[in-house]
Design a protein around this ligand. Structure first.
Ligand code: AMP
Ligand code: MG
Length: 487
């Protein structure tokens, strides 16, 4: 276990130099205070969890103090936003403080979001508000606990600094951890600004540090792109299987590592709705729940375009062709597991589709349905769930197919099947209204609800005593909350 001053830095991205990032010092927030910290994320840095309660912790992650070895940098990138190319983006309010390596030899970027203005702030103030910082913190740690690849969050530090959005709010900072902060948009930036040398340097950097196994392949860059395609297919399959809607899948928000990145107006589905749009500025539904699948491919094509100096167009197209079949295979595998199935049959895809259609038509709670399906024998579970459906004949027909399918599946015991299902079907997810309750309390100075919610979501598959209120459908006020895009 380390103390805060014992972290070991190795700032590999900063060493790429000024063509890639700009030195900027964080601008401190007034009266910093710890809102919430993640012990699991602290462990990634070998930090003793007790350090979160020391004053220096809040000072370090609110811009008041800095390690001597840190080299805070704002990264430059660009990207496609809602389908259109934005030539100049970059860290407008976040800083890569440095890279820390832990005892296991893993490197973690320390990225402080809300750290003030940078050369890439455009019209923005460089700040992040408490509300959005709490949402990013809760989401990254909750996704990780569900087994969905994601950037992580060490802590949220609140403050008394006023920040103007639709109304006056308070500034906060969230400390994000990820093995890399390189986005698709980094490659696009050097491609569209016609800087082939820097682009090659960036490609080498990512290949050496994050895809070293691809070095062994005859075409390392192509192998790396294929791996990125595969990771994205798997990540998006998990989003779809667990009902996660990212909301802003612009290429500047897509990590080169295939991890969920840059949380904005995201949401988990309450009622199943394939057409759900969580970002209320997304008028055309470009990033609606079901569109995430084709948009994943669109984004990979945008990255492929930026990689044409290194890889032939035919090879890129072939690699892109892997995306959909891989996505479908991962998705079906996850859905089979959610249904408690261990074997594969040709009609399983149809079984899933029929169920989702029924859920869609009846507004059935996506998470609780699967959880309850694993509570009892298949026959008993469907009998109890039947009342949630409007099309009873439709549901009965599905239930008959399902119970017969379960009976054919394997020869494990009823109890084993239920255990398997509960291990993949969460009881607790980050529902928007739960986040909203925690935010409202935090905005009035009470951080206990954020901390409790974080705690509950860190064990989403485990029924926790006294936490029934976190495993409920939203109350009327909490359905279809409009989450502001301003953050
Ligand atoms: P986002 O939609 O949060 O991914 O942000 C898109 C771009 O806008 C990124 O380059 C951000 O750094 C920048 N940005 C977002 N909010 C702010 C802000 N309050 N101040 C400065 N830049 C911002
Ligand atoms: Mg972003």
């Amino acid at each position: 276990m380390k103390a805060l001053d014992e972290l070991t830095f190795d700032n590999r991205f900063a060493r790429l130099g000024d063509a890639f990032s700009t030195h900027v010092l964080p601008e401190p927030l007034d009266e910093p205070r710890l809102v919430v910290a993640s012990n699991a994320a602290m462990a990634l840095l070998d930090l003793d969890p007790a350090v979160a309660d020391t004053p220096v912790f809040a000072e370090l992650f609110s811009g008041h103090k800095l390690w001597a070895e840190a080299e805070p940098r704002a990264m430059v990138y660009s990207g496609h936003q809602f389908g259109g190319y934005s030539p100049q983006l970059g860290d407008g309010r976040g800083l890569l403080l440095g890279e820390v390596y832990n005892a296991a030899g893993e490197h973690w970027d320390l990225h402080l979001k809300g750290a003030g203005m940078t050369p890439y702030s455009r019209m923005g103030d460089g700040r992040a508000v408490l509300r959005s910082s709490i949402r990013e913190f809760l989401a990254s740690e909750a996704l990780h606990a569900l087994g969905i690849p994601s950037s992580r969050a060490l802590c949220v530090i609140g403050s008394s600094t006023p920040v103007w959005r639709e109304k006056q709010e308070r500034g906060a900072m969230v400390l994000r951890l990820a093995p890399s902060h390189v986005r698709f948009g980094h490659f696009e930036y050097f491609y569209y600004t016609k800087k082939p040398e820097q682009q090659a340097e960036l490609a080498e950097h990512v290949l050496n540090l994050h895809y070293p196994e691809c070095r062994e392949q005859p075409e390392p860059y192509l192998a790396m792109f294929r791996e990125i395609v595969e990771r994205n297919a798997e990540m998006i399959a998990k989003w779809q299987a667990y009902g996660f809607c990212h909301g802003v899948m612009n290429t500047d928000n897509m990590s080169i590592l295939g991890i969920t990145f840059d949380f904005g107006p995201f949401a988990f589905l309450d009622d199943f709705d394939a057409h759900f749009i969580c970002n209320h500025s997304d008028h055309e539904g470009r990033y609606s729940f079901s569109n995430q699948v084709p948009i994943g491919q669109w984004n990979l094509s945008a990255l492929a375009q930026a990689l044409t100096p290194f890889i032939s167009v035919d090879a890129l197209k072939e690699a892109l062709g892997l995306y959909l079949p891989l996505y479908q295979a991962h998705y079906l595998d996850l859905m089979r597991r959610r249904l408690g199935l261990t074997t594969a049959e040709d009609d399983d895809q149809k079984l899933v589709e029929r169920l989702l259609k029924l859920m869609q038509n009846s507004g059935v709670d996506y998470t609780l349905f699967f959880r309850r399906l694993g509570d009892e024998s298949a026959a008993l579970a469907v009998a109890k769930l039947r009342d949630d459906f409007v099309d009873l004949a439709g549901f009965d027909a599905w239930a008959e197919l399902y119970t017969a399918r379960v009976a054919r599946d394997g020869d494990d015991t009823e109890e084993q099947r239920r255990g398997r299902m509960h291990a993949v079907n969460p009881l607790y997810i980050l529902r928007n209204y739960l986040a909203q309750n925690a935010i409202a309390a935090a905005e009035s100075g009470d951080y206990s609800e954020v901390r409790r919610l974080h705690e509950v979501l860190s064990k989403p598959f485990e029924e926790q005593a006294g936490m029934e209120q976190y495993a409920q459908r939203p109350p009327d006020w909490g359905k279809h909350l409009e989450i502001s895009c301003s953050s």
